[in-house]
Design a protein around this ligand. Structure first.
Ligand code: 5AD
Ligand code: SF4
Length: 443
């Protein structure tokens, strides 16, 4: 191609996996397009979407509405929608949004360059979930990048009755371990230090591979790579959390003392209706085993209130489980009926006001617990990986402890992307404050 390269703007909604997917999109398009941060100068505008709750979907539709005027001003602009909403809606999105040129599903990413060229000539849809995942190209890492998300598997086979993921991300497919290890080694060779492995249910990693490898084995192989300082993973399904994996906490030094283990609800009846495959007792026993293996482990979770048929007594069971499990952090949601899922068709949908009331009460408890967990850390010195400038005050730095809590402190900008030792001085609901104790000198 001659002349300056065209420009692509990518707007990402949803989870870390979408963030990783957007990065992959940019890389796949890099021969023809440079990434831009200003939508006004884009030749290609891509939206990577999330369908997990109705609210997430509504945000996407409202952005698409806003893009109409941009397209009117620049008719040659190509607008594409990818990811979970695109997968779910397919052709319907083209019909609904007249200024849309391209709809590509969660596995269409790999075919993106071809799809974009076609979309320049005619409106295009690709929501094929069957065509397997092509191996992603060798990733390029931004210079100085300390943290990376590495997707180790696609899709989900669990079919929790509330969840749209198996429908929009397809069946579970694991990446071969040698690809993952090569990608991580490459990242570390360029100065990377922290890696988060991503999958909908990492504990079932390896099923269906030519040479099956279980998840703990993958962790051990990665932990042996020189340069790795912190290893994390998300998400774990409690039913597949094996004793072997539990035993790695506290035993593999690079494995961070943090686990995200979504429980969703605390009543057995609700867990069964959700098709989660464990009871509250099973979950609490796993928590106990985790704490025995690693007393400093911080535990985070996801919770849903107002699942169809949830009574006040069921909700009380959730509050009780939350107290017993002693979560350090939690993400809580009102149940949102999703297309195709079994729960959407269940009788006894819970009225919106009751969902809201339960969410408020749950969040009150979670807020107290999170603050108490932060208070317990005050007075300690801890290692922080500095992620950037703090959101609230740009003259401050923000980073994370190994246990995943956010710490804000004053320090020189050269610490971004590096490890510092910070004295924790105060607890807030969503973060800790600290004072720099020591850090590396400017490079
Ligand atoms: N309604 C509300 N929350 C949901 N989640 C998944 N599906 C739904 C839904 N239909 C939540 C779960 C999951 C997190 C990523 O989103 O708690 O763990
Ligand atoms: Fe959804 Fe359940 Fe799969 Fe998680 S494990 S992605 S909640 S179906």
């Amino acid at each position: 191609m001659s002349g300056p390269k065209r420009k692509v703007y990518i707007r990402t909604f949803g989870c870390q996996m979408n963030v990783a997917d957007s990065e992959l999109m940019a890389q796949l398009l890099a021969d023809d397009y440079d990434l831009t941060t200003s939508p006004g100068e884009a030749d290609l505008y891509l939206v990577n979407t999330c369908a997990i709750r109705r609210k997430s979907e509504a945000k996407v539709l409202s952005l698409l509405g806003e893009l109409r005027s941009l397209k009117r001003r620049r008719p040659e602009l190509i607008i594409g929608v990818g990811g979970c909403v695109a997968q779910q809606e397919g052709e319907r999105l083209l019909a609904q949004v007249p200024h849309l040129d391209l709809v590509f599903g969660t596995r269409g990413i790999y075919r993106l360059p071809r799809l974009v060229s076609r979309a320049a000539r005619e409106r295009t849809v690709d929501v094929d979930l069957e065509e397997g995942c092509a191996p992603p190209p060798r990733r390029r890492w931004a210079p100085g990048k300390a943290q990376a998300f590495v997707t180790i598997m696609q899709g989900c086979d669990n079919f929790c009755s509330f969840c749209v993921v198996p429908y929009v991300r397809g069946r579970e497919v694991s990446r071969p371990p040698e690809h993952i290890i090569a990608e991580v080694a490459d990242f570390l060779a360029q100065g990377g230090a922290e890696v988060t492995l991503l999958g909908q249910n990492v504990n079932s990693y390896g099923r269906g591979l030519a040479e099956p490898v279980i998840f703990p084995e993958l962790l051990r192989r990665l932990a042996a790579l020189p340069g790795l300082r912190r290893l994390r993973f998300a998400t774990s399904h409690p039913k597949d959390l094996s004793p072997e994996l539990i035993g790695l906490f506290g035993a593999l030094p690079v494995l961070c003392e943090h686990l995200h283990l979504p429980v969703q609800a605390g009543a057995d009846r609700v867990l069964a209706a959700m098709n989660r495959g464990y009871s509250r007792q099973d979950y609490l026993e796993k928590v106990e085993q985790l704490r025995a293996a690693c007393p400093d482990l911080s535990l985070s979770t996801d919770l849903i209130v107002g699942f169809p048929g949830e009574t006040e007594a069921d909700f009380q069971d959730t509050l009780d489980l939350v107290r017993r499990a002693g979560f350090h952090q939690a993400f809580s949601f009102k149940y949102s009926p999703r297309p195709q899922t079994r729960a959407a068709a269940l009788p006894d949908q819970v009225p919106e006001e009751i969902k809201t009331d339960r969410l408020v009460r749950l969040n009150e408890l979670l807020g107290e617990m999170q603050l108490a967990a932060h208070h317990r850390l005050v007075g300690r010195e801890a290692e922080v990986l500095v992620e950037g400038r703090s959101k609230r005050s740009p003259w401050e730095l923000a980073g994370r402890l190994r246990t995943n809590q956010v710490v804000n402190f004053s320090g020189p900008p050269h610490l971004v992307g590096r490890f510092a030792t910070v004295r924790l001085t105060a607890a807030h609901p969503h973060s800790l404050r600290g004072e720099l104790a020591s850090g590396p000198p400017p490079a």
